[in-house]
Design a protein around this ligand. Structure first.
Ligand SMILES: Cc1cc2nc3c(=O)[nH]c(=O)nc-3n(C[C@H](O)[C@H](O)[C@H](O)COP(=O)(O)O)c2cc1C
Length: 323
């Protein structure tokens, strides 16, 4: 097991609630951390720029107060996600704010994040970078990241195509840092499977969209409860990067989900202005193949308690079968 000190004895179950464009804000992050899993949000969700500092102060304050009032509870650290792409003109500003407030974990996406690693390490922060293949994993490891998030087949939003069995085992042959596994993980049984495979943490997105605290339309939450893995489409049309989306939301926007054109990669835009990405996540709903297990929108605390019970049951079943 390779967990940094900040994650040792601070988690109820080894889970990171992953950053979700538009969906994750302070309510969701605070609920996740109070429930004992890492909560995270994309810095770009805090708009305009000064809102980022307000969010970080609010999260830190509420978690510190909660920990003081509940000294025996495991309150998890939080993370901020930085999109490392040339179209993100806020990147260095956002990282300066994270450095000022010593955000415990920075999650980076897209480009290998040398300058982000340097900034985070200056105050003892940790950097986890998300990748979909070994080539990108090696590049990120060369930049000194502390953890690799292996985004495997079936993950919501931008996703890879590799089986977790292939990617986790291959990366573990040479990487000694923290390994997070992502893709269609929706319950405690899948969390236990991720650990059995060799991951240190499960990285879960879609399941948390259908919770009380998520900033998502009611219709989006209901769609997650209604549809299943067969309704997920893998396309690069909406942002220039391949990802998984809910087919009925594509159909509702007037497109044929089964005959989507291929996108122009040069049109990728992760900046703070209005763009295709904004439309993609607002009207065309991202979701992973783990959708079939979602059939309610509970408070995060209840969902995490349920996941923990499933996780414990999975471990018992495994031990019984293995013995
Ligand atoms: C609606 C949606 C928005 C997302 N936004 C982001 C984002 O802003 N930054 C990021 O790094 N990953 C983003 N992701 C990817 C997730 O952080 C995570 O990799 C993925 O949800 C894990 O797969 P799962 O949904 O099957 O659990 C998003 C995923 C979804 C479904």
């Amino acid at each position: 097991m390779s967990l940094p000190p900040v994650l040792q004895n601070s988690l109820e179950i080894p889970v990171v609630g992953s950053p979700l464009f538009i969906v994750s804000g302070p309510e969701l992050v605070i609920a996740q951390c109070k429930a004992g899993i890492v909560g995270s949000f994309p810095a770009l969700n805090a708009r305009p720029e000064p809102v980022l500092e307000e969010w970080i102060i609010r999260i830190k304050t509420e978690l510190a107060e909660y920990q003081a009032a509940n000294p025996d509870k495991k309150v998890a650290p939080f993370a901020v996600n930085q999109i490392c792409h040339s179209s993100n003109n806020r990147l260095m500003h956002d990282m300066e704010v994270c450095t000022k407030h010593e955000v415990p974990i920075i999650i980076t996406s897209l480009r290998p994040p040398a300058e982000i690693v340097e900034a985070a390490h200056s105050y003892g922060g940790k950097v986890f970078h998300d990748v979909i293949n070994v080539k990108h994993a090696k590049k990120a490891a060369e930049q000194g990241v502390d953890g690799l998030i292996l985004v495997c087949a079936g993950a919501g939003g931008h996703a890879g195509t590799l089986s977790p069995f292939a990617l986790v085992r291959e990366v573990k042959e040479w990487f000694d840092g923290t390994i997070l596994l992502s893709g269609a993980i929706s319950d405690g049984f899948s969390v236990a499977s991720a650990l059995a495979l060799g991951a240190d943490l499960a990285y879960i997105g879609s399941r948390f969209i259908s919770t009380e605290e998520a900033n998502a339309d009611q219709a989006y939450k209901e769609a997650l409860q209604k549809y299943a893995a067969d309704d997920i489409i893998y396309s690069n049309l909406f942002t220039g990067v391949h990802g998984n989306y809910l087919a009925p939301s594509i159909a509702d926007s007037g497109l044929d989900p089964n005959n989507l054109p291929v996108a122009d990669k040069s049109k990728m835009n992760f900046g703070s202005g209005g763009n295709m990405k904004q439309k993609a996540w607002k009207d065309i709903w991202g979701c992973g193949q783990g959708i079939g297990l979602i059939d309610d929108a509970p408070p995060v605390a209840d969902l995490v308690a349920r996941m923990k019970a499933e996780f414990d049951e999975a471990r018992e079943q495994f031990n019984a079968k293995a013995s």
